[in-house]
Design a protein around this ligand. Structure first.
Ligand code: TMP
Length: 213
């Protein structure tokens, strides 16, 4: 692949989406072609799957159904948007990817990280991000941020209890233990301008490494 694939991960309210857009602007200002996208979503089919998964009325959704829907959305988004952009040499910044499924469905829902990895490997084959940035914020701080944000729509997963979000956080810690070379952690419990600088340091060094490889 000619391009560079970077995913942004973290618990709810970690601030990753806002930072991602600022990083994309900096990369574009330096002349890079950038695709900004998100999971679940990013393309019409996956946005429709997103609506089904996150609909607050769908309380009866089974955990395995949820995991399979995330994997299906991931597959379509990968083949329709991410891979073509990478083939074209672009930098792809993706708001969430596989690690979200490992932390949320595998660990927090208790489906098993290996089981969730298996269905996802069917979906993504060997297309892993070159680098993943984990926005580290205590789950209670992240949740407080999203509850204060009046404009944010409350989706089905936001409505889970603090205990679930604490498990999501633990799930991410497990992912980092297992794949620490790929995942870089940023302290997201500090002023946003500082978070942007820390993420920028990582992204710009990845861009240089990629150019030299
Ligand atoms: P967002 O709030 O970052 O847009 O993500 C939507 C929600 O979906 C969020 O609560 C995290 C959750 N999610 C999973 O549970 N598994 C996944 O694989 C993905 C991509 C997101």
């Amino acid at each position: 692949m000619k391009g560079l694939f970077i995913s942004f991960e973290g618990p709810e309210g970690a601030g990753k989406t806002t930072v991602l857009y600022q990083i994309a602007e900096r990369l574009k200002a330096k002349g890079h072609a950038v695709t900004v996208t998100r999971e679940p979503g990013g393309i019409p089919i996956a946005e429709k799957i997103r609506e089904v998964i996150l609909d607050a009325d769908h309380q009866e959704m089974d955990g395995k159904t949820e995991a399979l829907l995330y994997a299906a959305a991931r597959r379509q988004h990968l083949v329709e948007k991410v891979l073509p952009a990478l083939e074209g040499g672009e930098i792809v910044l993706c708001d969430r990817f596989l690690d979200s499924s490992l932390a949320y469905q595998g660990f927090a829902r208790g489906l098993g990280m290996d089981e969730v990895l298996a269905i996802n490997l069917f979906a993504i084959e060997d297309h892993m991000p070159d680098c993943t940035i984990f926005f580290d914020v205590p789950p209670e701080v992240g949740l407080e941020r999203i509850w204060k944000d009046q404009e944010r729509e409350r989706n089905r997963l936001d409505l889970e209890k603090l205990e679930f979000h604490q498990k999501v956080y633990e799930g991410y810690q497990e992912v980092i233990r297992q794949d620490g070379d790929r995942v870089r952690t940023v302290n997201a419990n500090q002023p946003q301008a500082q978070v942007v600088e820390n993420v920028w340091e990582i992204v710009s060094s990845e861009v240089i490494l990629h150019k030299d490889s």
